[in-house]
Design a protein around this ligand. Structure first.
Ligand code: SAM
Ligand code: SF4
Length: 447
């Protein structure tokens, strides 16, 4: 007997998210999209199609808020054409500016801080009733606990997983302790559950995220577990082949983590360990609580554990009262340490931070220093990349390359590598010999 069925299809609403800033924001955007999936939304790549536009903002450098206001201005026309369109601001600018955003841009419907985005579906429902929604609380409840388990759809072979948020270090230039709040670690069992979910969906590489990820101390049994302990737990997950973590503070590089770099095969030989400056005077004024020598000794110990480690770092030039001599100390440190990857910034004033009150370096001088620093870092990066030619590496394929039969993925050292491999599939890890070094990538052949 034929069954009489009626199929009702409700068309999904479209959500456009624009993400600014660090990997933690990339992860948060993904979780917000998943949360809104439960409220009948699917993501779109075009703001023109959207029923809701969400800007997930970053506040780390100057003019961040101004950029958000001008971006919002661009959506004014869309909102006029489509009055039902909802516009939201999330992330650290939302946290820092709060109500001011709605005052300056009355067309904004919701403002949500980084600790409250699990409440996004309720907030969106409010906006559907014509009520504006603002939530920049640091709520008691754990947002990750409130968010649904991650959807089961197959996904890319690499994923971010936030394990720690916030910071108690209060570097004199930085807004993170104010916008992201105090340091909090997620419990070990919740991280492992999320990691297993990701691996079941095809993920082979997980990057653990935190503003100070190596300060991780997640509840486990009756006590606490360090980041190294967590890495060893993740190491037991079949199908998970690679583990990375970022961003770390030199003072939290504990012995067990250094040792894991030498003994845990799944922990990749890449470490992002920002130093900010090579001048002891400036490091002190930055309230970094490490000095130049302790940083260099630390690098020596990590390299003794893992000699092929590729090191990455962050640098700030033109910090208040930085002299040419201080800057030369930074250049010397870079020459001594040698970085395979680096991020460098001109100091920018963050209102409310201790350094904001101090005398600035002449902007032309700061620009000139940044150029000289970036030239040195760029040369080191190129030399280290060129030195890979002739070496064998493992490459995790992430997508097809531009040429027919070509795959592109990342080496253990996070270099992008193109490989001619017509049989290759996304998610494969292949042994490859590097034969060519181009501007920002390597070319390899299958072994
Ligand atoms: N927790 C990491 C650490 O301790 O090094 C850094 C996280 S922070 C979000 C990322 C980078 O932004 C910093 O390492 C620093 O180089 C840069 N940064 C932060 N505040 C800045 C400011 N006011 N001006 C310029 N660069 C800044
Ligand atoms: Fe900012 Fe990193 Fe310093 Fe924390 S340790 S205040 S996140 S720079």
């Amino acid at each position: 007997m034929a069954e009489n069925t009626t199929t009702t299809t409700t068309e999904k609403k479209k959500l456009f998210i624009k993400t600014y800033g660090c990997q933690m924001n990339v992860y948060d955007s993904e979780r917000m999209a998943e949360a809104m999936g439960g409220a009948g939304y699917e993501t779109t790549d075009s703001p023109d199609d959207a029923d809701m536009i969400l800007l997930n903002t970053c506040h780390i450098r100057e003019k961040a808020a101004e950029k958000v206001y001008s971006e919002l201005g661009r959506f004014k026309g869309l909102k006029a054409e489509k009055p039902d369109l909802k516009i939201g601001v999330a992330g650290c600018v939302a946290q820092a500016e709060g109500e001011e955003i709605m005052r300056r841009q009355p067309m904004v419907d919701l403002v949500v801080g980084p600790q409250a985005y699990h409440r996004l579906p309720e907030m969106e429902a409010k906006t559907q009733e014509g009520v504006k929604a603002l939530d920049t609380d640091f709520p008691e409840e754990d947002k990750f606990e409130k968010l649904k388990r991650r959807p089961k759809a197959k996904r890319a072979p690499t994923a971010f997983l936030t394990v720690q948020e916030g910071c108690d270090k209060f570097c004199a230039f930085c807004v993170v302790p104010y916008t992201r709040g105090a340091e909090v670690s997620r419990p070990v069992d919740r991280v492992l559950t999320e990691a297993r979910d990701l691996v079941e969906r095809g993920v082979r590489e997980i990057t653990l995220l935190g503003q100070n990820v190596n300060a991780y101390h997640g509840v486990h049994g009756g006590g606490d577990m360090t980041l190294a302990g967590l890495i060893w737990e993740l190491d037991k997950i079949d199908g998970l082949e690679r583990i990375r973590f970022t961003t770390s503070h030199p003072n939290d590089m504990m012995d067990d983590l250094i040792e894991a770099h030498g003994t845990c095969d799944k922990l990749m030989p890449y470490l992002h360990l920002p130093v900010q400056s090579g001048s002891n005077k400036i490091l002190k004024r930055m309230n970094r609580s490490h000095d130049r020598d302790s940083y260099i000794k630390l690098i020596e110990r990590i390299r003794a554990a893992r000699p092929d480690l590729l090191l990455s770092g962050d640098f700030i030039v033109g910090f208040p009262e930085e002299t040419e001599e201080d800057f030369q100390d930074t250049m010397d440190l870079i020459k001594e340490v040698r970085y395979g990857q680096a991020y460098s910034f001109k100091y920018s004033i963050r209102p409310g931070t201790p350094a904001a009150e101090r005398p600035l370096v002449d902007p032309a001088e700061a620009n000139d220093r940044l150029q000289r620093l970036q030239a040195l870092l760029g040369q080191q990066q190129k030399d280290i990349q060129d030195s890979m030619v002739g070496k064998e590496v493992n490459v995790l394929y992430e997508k097809p390359g531009r040429l027919e039969g070509q795959m592109v993925g990342k080496s253990d050292y996070l270099h992008a590598v193109y490989v001619a491999d017509p049989a290759g599939k996304i998610g494969d890890i292949k042994r490859v010999r590097i034969v060519e070094s181009a501007a920002n990538s390597l070319g390899g052949v299958l072994i």
